[in-house]
Design a protein around this ligand. Structure first.
Ligand code: NAP
Ligand code: CA
Ligand code: CA
Length: 262
């Protein structure tokens, strides 16, 4: 299995290198559309990256399934055999408004278990890579599990539009500080490296969190819903990825004093 995964990994890394070369042209020709509201954005870059990955699969892995945000929503057989989960651009609002802080999130599942994962921070050219049975890397350097951090010493991250005010202030009071990048993959990657203690998304789509399963498993992080239960990779939903040192306290605060829903 490990040798096969290494082969697939090499193809993916090569594909990401090609995307890196093609991105400047894609960005120069960027065209913006809205989906369900003025905040729900998609660009031709999101669509082109998903199409490019689909072409890679057709050429090299024709039996592999694709579950992607823009055009691949068939969930019938995703737990059987090999399934890729792809968010072609995570942080589209950041791409459009700031030309910064966006990433590609990509994960391979075999019979429902995560085996390869990638978060590629495009502007910074930082590739987080997890290979089951082998290791976790940032641009080829080993990423160790982060040290255990209590909430009081942790920077925490969540969307402040979606938590009720009491809960939000209780979390701010109990933590060291608050930052939000605004791309679920990049906010999560800060937890991988110990820069953040935790990231919460109360309504994560499957492609927002596809890669995080394997990183969490291999780095000793907690990744669950708010009842400390596993998350189904096909459905997503309420999501916390957390350093083990601040997980219990964060969830206790999140669920007390009116809970997390506005
Ligand atoms: P944003 O900057 O557009 O996006 C922040 C992150 O949330 C990105 O990872 C983004 O992925 C994802 N996202 C964007 N729209 C989403 C949606 N409708 N549901 C779930 N995830 C979404 O975020 P924003 O401007 O603060 O908010 C845009 C909308 O997303 C709002 O309706 C907001 O309530 C909702 N949202 C909810 C949460 C939550 O924790 N419940 C978190 C973020 C955003 P893409 O770039 O791939 O779309
Ligand atoms: Ca996303
Ligand atoms: Ca997206």
């Amino acid at each position: 299995m490990t040798e096969q995964l290494q082969q697939i990994d090499r193809q993916v890394v090569q594909w990401l290198r090609q995307i890196k070369c093609d991105l400047p042209t894609m960005l120069a020709d960027m065209d913006l559309q809205t989906k369900t509201s003025r905040f729900d954005l998609v660009t031709n870059v999101d669509k082109a990256i998903e199409q490019s990955f689909e072409q890679l699969l057709m050429s090299h892995f024709p039996a592999y399934q694709l579950y992607g945000e823009e055009a691949h929503h068939n969930t019938a057989k995703l737990r059987v055999g090999y399934t890729w989960v792809l968010d072609p651009i995570d942080g589209t609002a950041n791409l459009v408004k700031q030309q910064d802080d966006y990433c590609i999130i990509l994960a391979l599942f075999h019979d429902g278990e995560p085996v390869l994962s990638y978060i590629y921070d495009c502007p910074r050219e930082k590739l987080f890579q997890a290979i089951k049975g082998q290791g976790v890397y940032l641009n080829g350097e080993v990423v160790p599990p982060p040290p255990t951090m209590p909430l009081a010493d942790s920077i925490i991250s969540f969307n402040n539009k979606v938590l009720n005010d009491e809960t939000m202030h209780d979390l701010l009071d109990a933590s060291f500080g608050y930052r939000l990048i605004g791309a679920c993959g990049l906010d999560s990657a800060k937890v991988f490296t110990g820069q953040f203690g935790m990231h919460i998304h109360t309504n994560a789509k499957p492609w927002d969190i596809g890669a995080q399963f394997l990183f969490a498993e291999m780095l000793g992080l907690k990744m669950t819903n708010f009842q400390q239960e596993p998350i189904d990779f096909i459905h997503g939903g309420p999501f916390i990825i957390s350093n083990p040192g601040c997980y219990e306290e964060t969830l206790a605060i999140l669920l007390q004093n009116g809970g997390y829903q506005k």
